[in-house]
Design a protein around this ligand. Structure first.
Ligand code: GLN
Length: 310
């Protein structure tokens, strides 16, 4: 085994000195306040061993990373019927594109762009009150990260609720196209709350293990999803997890990954590790500048690209 602790420490040291840190998300007022000088990294292995460096114990808003977890739950609820309401193709457009949704007749291109995640949330809401669905998602996050301390940041959820006019436009359009079963504001309320889940890099790396280990939390851990489902969600992360930056992320890093506008990225090294990296500054397409750079260094140094070693 490589010296993972040495590698993550070297990465954190390097990132602390990086002058170009991107820009924190401005369109969500609560996120605009976050100090961009933070950086954390955590690597979780099958046995639950963690290698971490930097601000790996600081909670941050997981934002769109929550979409891989809600997708897992929705597939558990309705299985492949989900794909009648959401596509599986990369978008090549910004995560909140309105034009694309109209071109696609209200069937969002994939479950990770905002429109697709709103439909996934709508699936989870069926037969429940919004509060119950939010509770179900939070319980799931606590279970897979083995940490009951995980919370939703109510300020972030409120901040999005007050300013999410674009998401409201998307949800209303989907509803007009008959692909939303609940009132747009109900589905959006749940969506904003799961985006506002706050987690540390360590907690997120632990939570992502089931994608790395055939649907299990570690090699002998409890089964969360089937191995086929874990494999397919990894494929979607590789092709769609970074929106219109997905091709470049695959090119640079070579791992399935999911980003969020809070500056986090969850990356999966199949059969080896689950990795969470966080730095709040974003690049032009809304993915963390330093987290991407750090993952590029990590996959190079550890020889972890799924496309071959070094
Ligand atoms: N909550 C954010 C939004 O709806 C999620 C976007 C993201 O993380 N890319 O805009």
């Amino acid at each position: 085994m490589k010296d993972l602790q040495g590698i993550v420490l070297a990465i954190a040291e390097r990132m602390a000195k990086e002058p170009d840190r991107g820009h924190v998300a401005q369109y969500i007022p609560e996120l605009a306040k976050i100090d961009p000088n933070q950086f954390g990294i955590a690597v979780a292995l099958a046995d639950g061993n963690l290698f971490a460096a930097g601000d790996a114990d600081t909670p941050f808003s997981i934002q769109s990373i929550s979409k891989v977890f809600t997708l897992s739950l929705a597939l558990g609820r309705v299985g492949d019927a989900l794909w009648e309401r959401v596509g599986r193709e990369p978008s090549g457009d910004p995560f909140n594109s309105i034009v694309q949704l109209e071109a696609d007749h209200g069937i969002p291109r994939n479950p990770f762009i905002n429109a697709g995640a709103i439909v996934v949330t709508d699936v989870l809401l069926a037969g429940h009150q919004p509060r119950e669905t939010i509770g179900e998602i939070l319980r799931f996050m606590r279970h897979i990260s083995e940490d009951d301390g995980i919370r939703i940041d109510p300020e972030v959820a409120r901040s999005e609720e007050r300013t999410g006019f674009r998401n409201a436009a998307l949800a209303n359009f989907i509803r007009a196209a008959n692909n939303l079963r609940h009132a747009p504001e109900q589905t959006l309320g749940v969506y904003y709350h799961h985006c506002a889940i706050a987690m540390t890099c360590k907690q997120l790396a632990m939570a992502g293990r089931y994608f790395a280990f055939g649907g299990r939390l570690g090699v002998d851990g409890p089964k969360i999803v089937s191995s086929a489902r874990a494999r397919r969600i990894n494929a979607l992360m590789l092709t769609c997890g970074h929106y219109d930056g997905s091709g470049d992320f695959a090119f640079q890093v070579g791992l399935p990954g999911k980003s969020g506008v809070g500056g986090g990225i969850l990356a999966i090294v199949p059969d080896v590790a689950s990795v969470a990296v966080w730095s709040p500054g974003l690049n032009a397409v809304g993915n963390s500048t330093l987290a991407t750079q750090a993952l590029k260094m990590l996959s190079n140094r550890a020889g972890w690209s799924i496309f071959g070693e070094t």
